[in-house]
Design a protein around this ligand. Sequence first.
Ligand code: GLU
Ligand code: MG
Length: 429
Amino acid sequence: MTSETVFVATCDLAAQVRGRAVPAARLARTLRTGVGWVPADLALDCFGGLAPGHAFGSVGDLRLIPDPAATLDIPADGDVPGTRVYLAGQTNLDGSPWPGCPRNFLSSALDELRACAGLEVYASFEHEFMLGERAEHPPFSFQRLRAAEPFGTELVTAMEQAGLDPETWLPEYGPGQFEITMRPAPGMVSADRAILLRELVRDLAARRGLPVTFAPIADPASVGNGVHVHFSLRDAGGDTVMFDANAPGRLSGTAARFAAGILRHAAAVVAVTAPNPSSYLRLTPHRWSAGGAFLAERNREALLRVAPTVEIGGADPAGQLHLEYRAADATANPWLVLGVLIRAGLAGLAAEGPARVWPETATEADLAAEPSLPASLSEALTTLEADPVARGWFPDELLGTFLAVRRAELAAVSELTDGDLCERVTRVY
Ligand code: GLU
Ligand code: MG
């Protein structure tokens, strides 16, 4: 360990990474007993305000207990010292898990998936973001890729060194837009990596003097920045349970029922995965974000897309087949995103038949009858509150604070035009 300090952090309801630094010399003790934290911190909104009416008040104390498996080493760079970030679970002072903790929310969903269905989830969060002055280089072009050097190569190298397992770094469609993908990993690791990746990108961009934003949409007239969640289910032996060569979309019954739960509770799920007022400017048809609550083979307008398999050289599709959830963005906390997908999927396994899989040939007219996604954050929140199954996924303090934070953000921007809203959110994310 070469850094002088370590930063112990949570990722909160506004998807902000907040925490405290300690001298590296205190690491062993910090790994055992953590650093102090405050329950009301959960009620911070993305603009730095405390949501009115939150449940915590001025009393109470928590600990952030670092997970040695969730670290990011940021090396020293010139005069700027390096550091190590540890992601942490929040506990009470006796070490028992704190019900408001978003990371605990994902661990309990993973436990439930194991206990009720004998399954594990593997996932990967694919991120888009906008870098620099949003120059109009041709979409997907070599020119755009090279214009982002040395940032691009430094990012990929830093990710490899940090164990984030980068897969593809690409110039995307929109002005200044890029995308970075990572290899699939076990559920908690994939969500931790999503959180750490965003901080790594922001940190590197700041040191290179480049503006960067993961905002869902930086300009209402342009394209959005998605966070697409690729996931598959595996049994206890590590074998995929996604594939059935003879079923629609080659999706197994388990996978199709899991998907049906996500579709059934889509509006409540979207409230968590696209939780900013500006998220709903991105989630509109024809943006290749998600245009409706349906499952379709290789369709980029679907909420759930059956991702392609590559069969060159006779490669086996079974281990590759997976689903991609497209309606998330970087204003959402990755632990909550994966947690609600699992909770909704479990509800599907318990109570639904298989979801309809639209083939690649489905037309817009075919899909027109499928439910649309909520048109605004307030509609999504109202649906979440009114869905008794979805409400049951959350401890009371977590859901109550989530709703309070989201409504505080809605109130904070209620007077803004769409353009000013995007601009304000771009500065935060
Ligand atoms: N930018 C699109 C979004 O907002 C995704 C485009 C794509 O990579 O398919 O999700
Ligand atoms: Mg993309």
